[in-house]
Design a protein around this ligand. Sequence first.
Ligand SMILES: O=C(O)CCC(=O)C(=O)O
Length: 335
Amino acid sequence: MSKKRTLDGFFKPAQSKKPKLGTDTESASIPEDTLPRDASNHPTYPYPVPHFPTSITDALAFAPATEGRAINDQPDLDLVYFEPYIPKEVHKELFKFLRQELFFYRVQYTIKRGAAETSISTPRYTTVFGVDASSYFSPTGVLLDAESQRPIPKDRYTCHPRPLPQCLDALRILTEGSTDSTYNFCLVNYYASGADSISYHSDDERFLGPNPSIASFSLGAKRDFYMKHKPFPPAKNPSDPPPPETRQIKLALASGDMVLMRGSTQANWLHSIPKRKGGESERGRINITFRKAMVRGGTENYYRYNVGVGGVFGWDEGRGEMVPWEGGAKKGEKG
Ligand SMILES: O=C(O)CCC(=O)C(=O)O
């Protein structure tokens, strides 16, 4: 999709109609007569996100492009690897579309260890959509309580949850159909170059519940995905058998691939995308994960670490990089 169409067709007109994010954001919604028909919008969005063009929607009807391959030959490991999931006819267009149309953040935060505060700069662009299972969005974007189906109390969240735009929601629905799980969150990472990374961690937070299923899509540059077993607890008695042997896993994730991590995987294994020097990594990679957060803490956590309090970034096709967005245009873009 050309930038011109994006800017002229959706960006500017919808901006002027965008409702203000007031104090009562939980009940804010977009009046239906001002909803753009071909883009998703919400008071929490810096700018609207176009719906998928029919070329993408039509091609996604053929996903998953391959059957998933189980990788479960090591202790506590339960993966299904779709190589690829996204049909080869469309993975490039999907990558370009999402990089062009989504808004991203470069989150900084501080962590406290004892008396010492450390400042952390997340080494990649991130964005997030969704809300935990205690709430859901009405079709017009109002946050409702899952039990009473009435607008949530104003103090439920300190963050401002955002509904999935139509494009990511279409991918969520597809993913649910092929993974036997449901999801209420979509996290997106953009690794602009080989210098961007995610260090070893597991998605084992309590707010995901036990044995969470996480579906993780790759688009764009090929990057290595490493997994290793968490350290086993020390033996309690000298007569205890030694822990089982495990091997590090390396998957060279290509554009269109999807890895489903499920069962006991998150409780026992760590995963990472290490930094790389030069090569294909410089072309940029998008990672999309679908997850299900059960309680409010998950919503607060995901928005804190994937939106944060800093500025918005959007892709500038002319410059070939993410640029700060300054309320109407991306910096450096012409009129
Ligand atoms: O980029 C990837 O493939 C992994 C992303 C990831 O581990 C995460 O978002 O927790």
